[in-house]
Design a protein around this ligand. Structure first.
Ligand code: MRU
Length: 357
């Protein structure tokens, strides 16, 4: 059977993993309490899995997809002992998981793969169905790690031999099956001997940069400093950033990229200062059915994520906040898209289409 954690240990050279599947039990590292606590939560049902995605216990497009795949396995597990795994059970779990968050296409992609795996064994004995679903979820996980490592290899060549690399949000091991997309590229460049350090935007309001990117880079001894999001432009203008690398939640057919709010601003300033701006993402993040960024659904989360800091309300009573959590970076601001299949360059429509041939 595929064993993603051993695979990562042998090939990945990265210590943080956001999920575990052990003896048919599913666990998630609770990213809401990092870096203060390393708390593992046992997830027992598809519904709990959807809630974990919604509440950001697990986050990052590829990690959400892998988690949803295990959510489907849990749905099958919950249905065994009743004679047959009913298609209704599978369809309900798929719908529930698909609704958990709207922007990352990896979620729907993984659920779709699990549905196809189920179709192949529909009507067969319960244990056969369970094993097929378990195997598919493990494959999705391991393929993600393999993609990240391949992406790292392609992307490392684009990173300068020395200097500072800016990143936004967390597109690392914690956001994937392990190793990371943007941080995978940075890891590969660092391990190849490049003299680089990382400037991590803190990433308001949820602080994925300050809490998570800094956490996993520190764990792997990769030099990192955190800055407020609004300082990134200042450093780029001063010539203190040599490249920007970010991840993606969905890449439209024309190369427009949905990623964490603030990515567009970083791309715009990088463009204005002639700094290469790279997006690293697996092919599972490419969405050829969405023509451009304006067709991507942008998640809007509760305003309390913005207004409340460390338990205190930071705005005067009666003042509201708005909290879109992703934005769209137009394709023309992106120097290259790094995938496991190679480095895509403009024009992106044909480069992206070629990944599906
Ligand atoms: O809200 P989040 O933390 O799920 O947002 C995550 C991002 O925007 C990441 O950059 C993206 O999912 C790529 S993760 C490899």
């Amino acid at each position: 059977m595929v064993d993603p954690v051993s695979f990562l240990e042998q090939h990945g050279n990265s210590t943080v993993v956001p999920l575990r599947w052990e003896n048919r039990c599913f666990y998630l590292l609770d990213q809401r309490v990092l870096p203060w606590e390393q708390k593992w939560l046992r997830i027992k049902e598809a519904e709990e899995c959807a809630a974990a995605i919604r509440d950001l216990v697990v986050r990052g497009a590829p990690a959400i997809g892998i988690c949803a795949a295990f959510g489907m396995v849990l749905a099958v597990q919950g249905a065994t002992g009743r004679g047959m795994v009913l298609k209704e059970t599978i369809d309900e779990a798929a719908a529930l998981l698909n609704r958990a968050r709207p922007t990352a296409v990896n979620l729907n992609w993984a659920v779709e793969r699990m549905l196809k795996a189920y179709q192949k064994v529909e009507g067969q004995e319960e244990e056969t169905v369970f094993k097929a679903m378990e195997q598919e979820a493990l494959s999705i996980w391991q393929e993600d790690i393999e993609a990240n490592i391949a992406m790292g290899g392609h992307g490392a060549a684009l990173i300068p031999d020395s200097g500072t690399i800016l990143t936004h949000c967390n597109a690392g091991a914690l956001a994937t099956g392990g190793y990371g997309t943007a941080l995978g590229v940075i890891r590969a460049a660092f391990y190849a001997g490049k003299d680089i350090d990382v400037l991590a935007d803190e990433t308001r309001p949820w602080l994925q940069g300050a809490r998570l990117t800094a956490y996993e880079l520190k764990a792997d001894n990769i030099p990192v400093k955190v800055c407020v999001d609004s300082a990134a432009g200042f450093f780029m203008r001063q010539g203190k950033v040599q490249a920007v690398v970010v991840g993606a939640d969905r890449i439209a057919a024309n190369g427009d990229v949905a990623n964490k709010i603030g990515t567009y601003s970083a791309a715009q300033v990088a463009w204005a200062n002639n700094i290469p701006f790279y997006v690293a993402a697996p092919a599972s993040t490419l969405d050829i059915n969405t023509p451009n960024g304006s067709a991507i659904s942008i998640e809007v989360r509760d305003q309390s994520e913005v207004t409340i800091i460390a338990g205190k309300v930071m705005v005067p009573e009666g003042v509201e906040a708005v909290n879109p959590v992703f934005d769209i970076t137009p394709a023309e601001l992106i120097t290259a898209i790094i995938t496991e299949k190679g480095v895509l360059r403009p024009p992106y429509d044909s480069a992206i289409a070629s990944c599906f041939h």
